[in-house]
Design a protein around this ligand. Structure first.
Ligand SMILES: Nc1nc2c(ncn2[C@@H]2O[C@H](COP(=O)(O)OP(=O)(O)OP(=O)(O)O)[C@@H](O)[C@H]2O)c(=O)[nH]1
Ligand SMILES: [Zn+2]
Length: 217
């Protein structure tokens, strides 16, 4: 179990036993801790509406605190999934890359969304990963109060730890509403972050290939 700086806990439960043929393995992945107290959040949103000079008990706003509390509970709760891996029987040793995985997260400074795409790749070791799982790992960490740098690194570190590939690379490109809707009010600027592990970090050719295939130059 690991407590992240965002205050949530990422946990991989014990596997529900390897498949009978031992060919594919599954780990049930959940994120626990940091749960939302929906009733307290509802009251806090009602107080916020009052503080904003609104009549929280008016017909139009009466249900808003409940809706907002449930919306945050959903936005901060990644779906559970099975991390399914298969033996790399063919000895595939080139990059596997999932491009343009949608990312939707909440910035921890303003509680406003940031959204964009992630490109997640790895160089297989002994096992390969069910492809959908790359997007599921992104969601596991994106449904949290985040900064983009931490999100990027958490995805890379988690894959390195659980898949033990020869290398992992993660690039995230995202637009932050706290920069476009308010504050500096710069629309359309996308922030790019990357995190590399293993050969993708150390070997210049692999690193270059990863960035080229990700469309980052
Ligand atoms: N490094 C990083 N910064 C972020 C991220 N999301 C938001 N920020 C920044 O966090 C900073 C918070 O700065 P503050 O000066 O405390 O807040 P602020 O007065 O609202 O800042 P402005 O947005 O410039 O108006 C801002 O510069 C945001 O752009 C992120 O994912 N990573
Ligand atoms: Zn922000």
């Amino acid at each position: 179990m690991r407590r992240s700086r965002a205050g949530s806990v990422s946990e991989t439960l014990a596997p529900p036993a390897a498949a009978p043929d031992q060919q594919h393995r599954r780990l049930r992945v959940v994120r626990s801790g940091g749960g939302v107290d929906v009733e307290a959040a509802r009251q806090a949103v009602a107080d916020l509406l009052t503080a904003l000079g609104r009549d929280a008990e008016s017909e139009h706003l009466a249900d808003t605190p409940r809706r907002v509390a449930h919306a945050y509970a959903e936005l901060l709760a990644p779906r559970e999934f099975n991390l399914t891996t298969f033996p790399n029987e063919e000895g595939y040793d080139e990059l596997v890359l999932a491009r343009d995985i949608p990312v939707l997260s909440l910035c921890e400074h303003h509680l406003l969304p940031f959204q964009g795409v992630a490109h997640v790749g790895y160089l297989p070791g002994d096992r390969i990963l069910g492809l959908s799982k790359l997007a599921r790992v992104v969601e596991l960490f994106a449904r949290d109060l985040q900064v983009q740098e931490r999100l990027t690194k958490q995805v890379a570190d988690w894959l390195q730890q659980h898949l033990e590939p020869k290398g992992v690379g993660v690039v995230i490109e995202a637009e932050h509403l706290c920069m476009s809707m308010r504050g500096v009010r710069v629309r359309g600027s996308r922030t790019v972050t990357s995190a590399l592990q293993g050969l993708l970090r150390e070997d210049p050719r692999s690193r270059q290939e990863f960035f080229a295939l990700s469309g980052v130059h």
